[in-house]
Design a protein around this ligand. Structure first.
Ligand code: BTN
Length: 250
């Protein structure tokens, strides 16, 4: 088990960059210590999950944190939950109605059922292919702007009446990312899983998923001990490690 030591943060605040995740990955490959935080006022090649673009105009928050957790590679998907919980913890003190914050499996943060933030975790192994060498956690938070896409309803803090600037959100978010990192290293996934489930959108409701095996529906019954979605469907409860919840954002 790794010791959960407090981390020294090194902030690299950029004006315009292709992608903060790409910058953080470059730092990782060049041997930078964990704790590097790359931010940018805007991204010109912001990347989302599933190869999607992440539109990144000035006014929103773009942040990538480099970690070097001494854990099995198989545990790194837990970092997406860590980022979501850290963000909702930070936002809970800043938005007018914190009960409207939600977690959408696996890695989105919702406000009022619409997507407020996305998370992209990128990782690499070291000499031992089963162990992590580094992980970059990228967060994109719609502070002032959000995309208009009827299929993927999104919102921003500004649109929801929360007058917060990207720069003001950064310190409380980084503090909570580091606090959850320490707790995750010391106590494992269980506390994170509980915190994530406490704000899980559509828990106990019928949802539709699109995954490698195609589309399927069932009741969202929870998360397993590794973060896979538990789907209670026609053939009983099954674990779904990778898929996208389709339909309305929440
Ligand atoms: C998603 O929901 O598809 C994930 C979006 C992740 C966007 C962030 S913005 C900061 C970091 N840099 C990137 O290029 N992507 C992530």
């Amino acid at each position: 088990m790794s010791a959960a030591l407090p981390l020294a943060v090194r902030l690299i605040a950029l004006d315009s960059v292709g992608s903060t995740n790409d910058e953080a990955k470059r730092l990782a490959v060049s041997g930078a210590a964990e704790g590097a935080v790359v931010t940018a006022r805007e991204q010109t090649q912001g990347r989302g999950r599933r190869g999607r673009a992440w539109t990144s105009p000035p006014g929103n928050l773009y942040l990538s944190l480099l970690l070097r957790p001494d854990v099995a590679m198989a545990r790194l998907p837990e970092l997406g939950f860590l980022a979501a919980v850290a963000l909702t913890d930070a936002l809970a003190l800043l938005v007018p109605a914190p009960g409207r914050l939600g977690h959408k499996w696996p890695n989105d943060v919702l406000l009022g059922g619409k997507k407020l933030a996305g998370i992209l975790v990128e990782t690499a192994t070291g000499a031992d292919p089963a162990r992590a060498a580094w992980a970059v956690i990228g967060l994109g938070i719609n502070v002032m702007h959000h995309p208009s896409d009827a299929d993927r309803p999104a919102t921003s803090l500004a649109a929801e009446g929360a007058s917060i600037e990207a720069a003001a959100l950064l310190p409380p978010l980084v503090v909570r990312l580091l606090a959850w990192r320490e707790r995750w290293l010391a106590e494992g996934f269980a506390p994170l899983r509980a915190a994530w489930l406490a704000r899980a959108a559509r828990l106990g409701e019928t949802i539709s998923l699109r995954g490698p095996a195609g589309a399927e529906s069932g009741v969202f019954a929870g998360l397993d001990e590794a973060g896979a979605l538990l789907l209670d469907g026609a053939s009983g409860v099954k674990r779904v490690p990778v898929a996208e919840v389709i339909g309305a954002a929440a």
